[in-house]
Design a protein around this ligand. Structure first.
Ligand code: MG
Length: 179
């Protein structure tokens, strides 16, 4: 068997019967609404009467997921890798944060197993965009779409998301690593 790409190595190790273990990580993020006409959530642009405020594109879903993957491999948090004080990340698409976390995981011989994201907000409505979000995340992560879950909930009018002050997101990621 020819080993060429980083993802070939975990497969070869599995075929050789090498022991693997599954690790999980979790992430949490929130951004407040501000002036604007669109929000980015889970890599999808949604037309909205407001934007989300942040140094980057303020995609709370991608930030939570990036932290979940970093957590699973014990590689710190998104702020360690992309400090908000760094002008390079001003207005940056959060796709690159997520892809960086995936590349770090692959460099450690890890392969993603599945991810699960929950968006917490009263507005915008997530359901019409959910399948587009799953497709975009699957593409960014190199996972089949059935290994990518996006869910949405409200907090029944309570707290900052209930007052429509912003959007929160939490995420879990499972990765498989060599023992
Ligand atoms: Mg954030």
């Amino acid at each position: 068997m020819k080993l060429t790409h980083p993802e070939d190595f975990p497969m070869a190790a599995r075929l050789a019967g090498a022991a693997r273990r599954v690790r999980i990580g979790q992430g949490l993020d929130a951004h407040r609404f501000g002036p604007g006409e669109r929000v980015w959530l889970c890599g999808v642009e949604i037309a909205h009467g407001q934007g989300l405020v942040g140094h980057s594109d303020a995609d709370a879903g991608l930030h939570a997921l990036t932290d979940a993957i970093l957590g699973a491999i014990g590689a710190g948090d998104i702020g360690d890798h992309f400090p908000p004080s760094d002008p390079r990340w001003k207005g940056a698409s959060s796709d690159r944060f997520l892809q960086h976390a995936v590349q770090l995981a692959q460099a450690r011989g890890a392969s993603l197993v599945n991810v699960d994201v929950t968006l917490i907000c009263e507005t915008p409505r997530i359901k019409p965009h959910r399948e587009a979000m799953r497709a975009r995340l699957a593409e960014l992560l190199g996972l089949p779409q059935d290994a990518v879950s996006v869910k949405a909930t409200t907090t029944e009018g309570m707290g900052f998301t209930g007052r429509r002050e912003g959007v929160a997101a939490q995420a879990v990621a499972a990765v498989e690593l060599p023992v």
